[in-house]
Design a protein around this ligand. Structure first.
Ligand code: NDP
Length: 474
């Protein structure tokens, strides 16, 4: 018997995806560069379903029914190209490679193009949810052609997470669309985590609450509109006590956040597209700042405000909930705007509402409020920004006083809140009828004769700043 699908790359993600496929009744060919991992999979989990282990790439390809579907789950970057190069000569026209790694979407576009020329399908599929998701149902964001999706879609939808009976998987769009959306998903994840961390920091430093109390605050928030996987695990982490010292776990962990790079890619892509995603950028930079040990040591003695009185007030806790919710709306709005911009630029026609829908389960940013984003785009697929959707506009209106109080309290106390404050600045920036960008245009024209446009008539103009200061069309 031949396998219906193959998985190569059997580290945590590949192994669990292969098990998930087998548990859903598929015969799964499995392969890994180092054979030991294949053996471990068969020995540990072979009883869960039908696996066809292969030692070599040729044996692996030969054990899969045509048109072949092969999921590649290896370290993103060079290794992905190595594996594609090894598989390609063994494949036949119509066969398909699905890259489930965290690839850069630009590389996915390149790979899709080069395999298409060889008559092969290439599907760059973003997969979120970590190892648990891979096993029990991830959120899957496949790109590639509609023709390829017709073949692989049903299988991926079958193993994806489900919410209200619907799979957290849909065809995102051609070539790199899936990996792009996965990248922005991760960027939003960075921003969401940063906002939660700032909310915790404020509760810790501006109130009398200790981590155990704050764990309860987050657990309470998780029951409401902030209900999400990230808020849920925040409560778990804050409630954890270090076995060795008896201290809160969060106090024994070195305060230097690491990163693998998808947040940075989101910001790099946003810079290339010219799309503002300050909330995601602040989150990436907050992680890098935390890791600047020497810089932080050198700056430790810089003066801050005198210690403020700690408030034990319930009112501040409620204010922080509102500031967190409002800021969360803003960073998601930024991420969705970035997807919309890229979609227009690359001709992907991404259904934004569907992205919110498939993020409701399986992935790290799964959250109750994604239902709201889905409805917002259902009501108006061309919504220019989520902020103007009726529900979100009201939520922001309701939160804004508290949000402003929280940002100013943090500022007075010297507690850094780059996420919360930049979200507020984005909100105020977008709603301002006039921005000081007019002055910047004047400065640019002064030193570089770059020209400017006027509010009252068409055309581009230049003022002769160093001569008689008369204006002429430029
Ligand atoms: P790793 O990223 O640690 O990758 C290890 C796997 O890649 C092993 O199977 C390894 O084979 C294989 N590999 C590395 N280099 C090569 C090469 N040159 N040729 C052939 N195979 C190679 O594994 P993960 O399971 O953590 O992740 C797999 C992919 O999924 C990555 O792209 C990752 O970014 C992505 N991902 C990971 C998530 C997670 O939570 N871990 C979540 C979502 C996506 P060998 O055993 O021989 O060394």
């Amino acid at each position: 018997e031949l396998a219906q699908i193959g998985v190569t790359g059997l580290a945590v993600m590949g192994r669990n995806l292969a098990r998930n496929l087998a548990r859903h009744g598929h015969v799964v060919a499995v392969h890994n560069r180092t054979e030991n991992r294949t053996k471990e999979l068969i020995e540990g989990y072979g009883h869960e379903g039908a696996f066809l282990p292969a030692q070599t790439a040729a044996e692996f390809v030969g054990s899969i029914a045509r048109p072949r579907k092969i999921i590649v789950m290896v370290t993103a970057g060079d290794p992905t190209d190595r594996v594609i190069d090894e598989l390609t000569p063994l494949l036949s026209p119509g066969d398909m490679i699905i890259d489930g790694g965290n690839a850069n979407f630009a590389e996915t576009i390149r790979r899709e193009d080069s395999l298409r020329e060889k008559g092969l399908h290439f599907v760059g599929a973003g997969i979120s949810g970590g190892e648990e998701g891979a096993l029990h149902g991830p959120s899957i964001m496949p790109g590639g052609s509609a023709e390829a999706y017709a073949e692989i879609g049903p299988i991926l939808e079958g193993i994806a997470a489900r919410v209200d009976g619907r799979p957290c998987c849909t065809h995102v769009g051609p070539d790199g669309a899936g990996h792009f959306v996965k990248t922005v998903h991760n960027g939003i994840e960075y921003a969401d985590m940063q906002l939660i961390a700032e909310a915790y920091d404020l509760l810790r430093k501006a109130t009398n609450l200790v981590p155990d109390d704050i764990a309860e605050v987050f657990a309470g928030w998780n029951e409401g509109r902030l209900g999400s996987y990230l808020v849920e695990i925040t409560a778990e982490v804050l409630g954890q006590v270090d076995a060795e010292t008896g201290r809160p776990f969060v106090d024994v962990v070195l305060d230097r956040a690491e990163q693998k790079g998808t947040g940075r890619w989101t910001v790099q892509a946003a810079l290339d597209l010219g799309t503002p995603v300050p909330g995601i950028a602040e989150a990436v930079f907050a992680r890098t700042l935390s890791g600047e040990s020497e810089l932080r040591a050198a700056a430790r003695e810089l003066p801050g405000p005198p210690p403020g009185a700690r408030e034990a007030s319930r009112a501040l806790v409620d204010d922080i909930e509102k500031a967190l919710y409002a800021s969360k709306i803003v960073v998601y709005a930024q991420g969705f705007h970035q997807i919309a911009t890229a979609s227009a630029e690359f001709g992907w026609k991404v259904d934004l509402g569907a992205m919110a829908r498939i993020w409701r389960g399986g992935c790290i940013i799964r959250a109750r409020f994604l239902d709201r984003i889905w409805s917002a785009y259902n009501a108006d697929p061309n919504l220019p920004t989520l902020l103007t959707d009726e529900y979100f506009r009201e939520a922001l209106a309701d939160a804004q006083k508290a949000w402003r109080r929280v940002v100013s309290t943090a500022t007075w106390l010297g507690i850094p809140v780059p996420g919360l404050s930049s979200a507020l600045a984005y909100y105020d920036g977008l709603r301002s009828p006039r921005l000081p960008a007019a002055l910047i245009q004047g400065q640019r024209d002064y030193f570089g004769a770059h020209g400017y446009r006027r509010v009252d008539r068409a055309g581009t103009y230049h003022t002769a700043w160093s001569a008689d200061r008369t204006e002429s069309p430029s």
